[in-house]
Design a protein. Structure first.
Length: 208
DNA sequence: ACCCAGGGTCATA
DNA sequence: TATGACCATGGG
């Protein structure tokens, strides 16, 4: 069932090549900056960081907070996110080498990431999946909206519930996990954007 | 002039 | 545990 849904999405939208970003640390920065924010705005913020050669954990740690906030202003919540980037960079400096080498179990590193202030479940899973290559499923607003509209899960299903729904019905394959989440976002931005459009969604029947 | 976007934390009851 | 306030820019 999910496999057919995935296949249909892939045929319709093609490979998404996620996550956009030149390095694991840039991906982690994007994961924080995109919280409740349009990616278009995040790109502007990341470009500002690139111009100043700040895609580097040590430099994020040492830069003045107000200066950092000013650079990431286009991404919204800039004061909040400047602090979150610093917390994340601090964690990165201590743990990224081990995480990149996958020397920890997925769940161990996930719990560790979740202790960082400003990193919740979706942000942690995004970093695990796209920066560290762990096959974990990312649940975002689009995923929830789609499943609720099609009565696959109930209204207030937890993040974990939805995550396991996917993981239990998918092969433990990195590429599939990466592609699936990206395809759902592509779907959410187009056909499933409004409720009425969703009723006529070309992919609806693939859930049954 | 609204509304929303690839969330998360904290205070309150 | 469960809501609500708050964070803030840019595009439609």
């Amino acid at each position: 069932m999910l496999q057919k849904f995935y296949d249909a999405l892939l045929v319709h939208f093609g490979h998404q090549n996620w996550w956009p970003g030149d390095s694991p640390f840039e991906i982690a920065i994007g994961a924080v900056l995109t919280q409740n924010t349009n990616w278009n705005n995040v790109e502007k913020a990341i470009n500002n960081l690139k111009k100043n050669k700040l895609i580097d954990a040590q430099k994020i740690i040492s830069i003045d907070s107000e200066k950092l906030a000013e650079l990431i202003r286009p991404s919204g919540y800039f004061n909040l996110k400047a602090d979150r980037l610093k917390y994340m960079a601090d964690w990165w400096h201590k743990n990224a080498e081990i995480a990149l080498a996958q020397q920890w179990e997925l769940n161990h590193i996930r719990e560790d990431l979740l202790k960082v202030k400003g990193i919740g479940e979706e942000t942690a899973d995004s970093i695990l999946l796209y920066a560290f290559d762990y096959p974990t499923f990312v649940v975002d607003a689009y995923t929830r909206r789609f499943l609720v509209r099609h009565n696959v899960v109930h209204e207030k299903a937890s993040y974990t519930e939805i995550k396991y729904f996917f993981e239990n019905h998918l092969p433990h394959d990195l590429a599939v996990h990466r592609e699936f989440h990206a395809l759902i976002v592509a779907l959410g931005k187009t056909f499933c954007k409004t409720s009425s459009q969703c009723e006529n969604c070309c992919l609806k029947w693939h859930l049954n």
